[in-house]
Write a protein that binds this ligand. Structure first.
Ligand SMILES: Cc1cc2nc3c(=O)[nH]c(=O)nc-3n(C[C@H](O)[C@H](O)[C@H](O)COP(=O)(O)OP(=O)(O)OC[C@H]3O[C@@H](n4cnc5c(N)ncnc54)[C@H](O)[C@@H]3O)c2cc1C
Length: 380
């Protein structure tokens, strides 16, 4: 398999880097401090097609393969991971699950408005008492003839505040446990939806995260995504996309931290010379660059396998666990290379260090990835 980027992939990545450098990076610290993302930047990205990057052209998107989107995501996350995750969830989870599992009617109704950014997507799986144990979710969607009646609370919902389109995993058959989970598309402006408070986070602060409660929300029958009672299977399948997406978020953060650390090591003088002259610093840089490259290779392998329609659950989990732990290692070392200055907000490595932490938690923790990988190995 060729992990080299094609001409087109490189060009798209370059364009995203240009936008990231000019428009996203300059306000990254402000977005982090204010814990928000300006509407005009979102509108600009919508104009450029970033909300419909992987949506098929017939539904108003750019119809790009998801590997091309991964390069874009990496560049956005290098500039601001909190900003990048908005697109990661919207494209890799929401647009993709509707494209893969939606009826023609659902695709025509939701993909065009998602592709233009008129509606922003949010993914609702986690609940206050159901995290890694997805099957324990208690949100219900009970068949009432012409609609489902949804009740329950989802936790940690990225992009919830936009109240665009929610993909909700709920039990249509509560007595059947994980086999009773189905997946529904819910309009954000439906009556009975309440947003919780904005979560005040350690990192990716530009990203909005909050609880969403569904209180007797009527969901039309035709908004069932995929088949009834296949929600658990769909959630697992869609996780591959999410995990590959988080791998590239982590690569973006790590690349930015590495670049800063390399630059700083050549500028900072101690004992009358740049600290990059010291072997202790050189070896840190060597380890950081090596792990970064290894992460990039694992992530592109998984992404290309997914685009080729191959089974890639193990490879997606390997990429996710390696890239996210790599990002935490690289950011930690980048702070170390900056000495005390790395602990100060004026230096971007402080933000990268905080932003990297969450990548080991969401879309399945590192422990969950190791469970997936080891089960797959043992089963084989
Ligand atoms: C910023 C942020 C954004 C998020 N965005 C979304 C979103 O948009 N949509 C969404 O649905 N969710 C979202 N999440 C939720 C995220 O996916 C969960 O936090 C994650 O799945 C872990 O669940 P939990 O927090 O309940 O931890 P728990 O499942 O309670 O885990 C706690 C610890 O126990 C370990 N553990 C649990 N079970 C096992 C086991 N069987 N064996 C070994 N160890 C185990 C875990 O690895 C972890 O270390 C987000 C989370 C954050 C922090």
């Amino acid at each position: 398999m060729d992990y080299k980027l094609s001409e087109e992939e490189l060009e798209l990545k370059e364009m995203a880097r240009d936008l990231a450098n000019k428009r996203i990076y300059p306000i990254a610290l402000e977005m982090d401090e204010k814990a928000t993302t300006p509407d005009d930047l979102i509108a600009e990205c919508a104009e450029l097609g970033y909300f419909g990057f992987t949506v098929p052209e017939e539904y108003g998107g750019l119809g790009m393969p998801s590997t091309s989107f991964m390069g874009v995501l990496q560049e956005f996350c290098s500039a601001s991971a909190g900003f990048g995750i908005l697109f990661s969830v919207h494209n890799s989870l929401i647009c993709e699950i509707i494209t893969n599992f939606g009826s023609e009617e659902l695709k025509k109704k939701y993909l065009p408005v998602l592709a233009t950014g008129e509606k922003i997507g949010a993914y609702c799986v986690t609940e206050p008492n159901a995290g890694t144990d997805v099957a324990a979710l208690t949100t219900t969607a009970i068949d009432k003839g012409d609609h489902y009646l949804m009740n329950g609370t989802k936790a940690f919902v990225t992009n919830a505040k936009y109240q665009g389109v929610y993909i909700v995993f709920a039990k249509t058959h509560p007595e059947e446990g994980r086999k009773g989970i189905s997946c529904l598309v819910v309009d954000g402006d439906s009556e009975g939806i309440t947003l919780g408070k904005h979560e005040d986070k350690c990192g990716i602060r530009a990203s909005d995260t909050r609880e969403v409660s569904f209180d007797d929300v009527k969901v039309p029958k035709e908004n069932l995504l995929g088949n009834l009672k296949e929600g658990f299977k769909m959630a697992l399948m869609n996780l591959n996309s999410g995990r590959i997406g988080v791998s590239f978020q982590a690569i973006g953060i790590a690349q930015a931290a590495f670049d800063e650390a390399l630059k700083y090591s050549k500028e900072r003088q101690q004992f009358g010379q740049p600290i990059s002259n010291f072997q202790a610093i050189q070896f840190k840089l060597a380890d950081m660059a090596t792990r970064l490259d290894a992460g990039i290779l694992l992530a592109y392998r998984a992404s290309r396998m997914k685009d080729a329609g191959e089974v890639c659950q193990r490879q997606a989990s390997m990429a996710k666990v390696f890239c996210t732990e790599m990002a935490n290692f690289v950011c930690n070392e980048a702070v170390q290379i900056h000495g005390g200055y790395g602990y100060i907000k004026e230096y971007p490595v402080e933000r990268y260090f905080r932003d990297a932490r969450v990548t080991e938690l969401y879309e399945g923790t590192s422990e969950a990835q190791r469970m997936v990988i080891s089960r797959d190995l043992i089963r084989e």
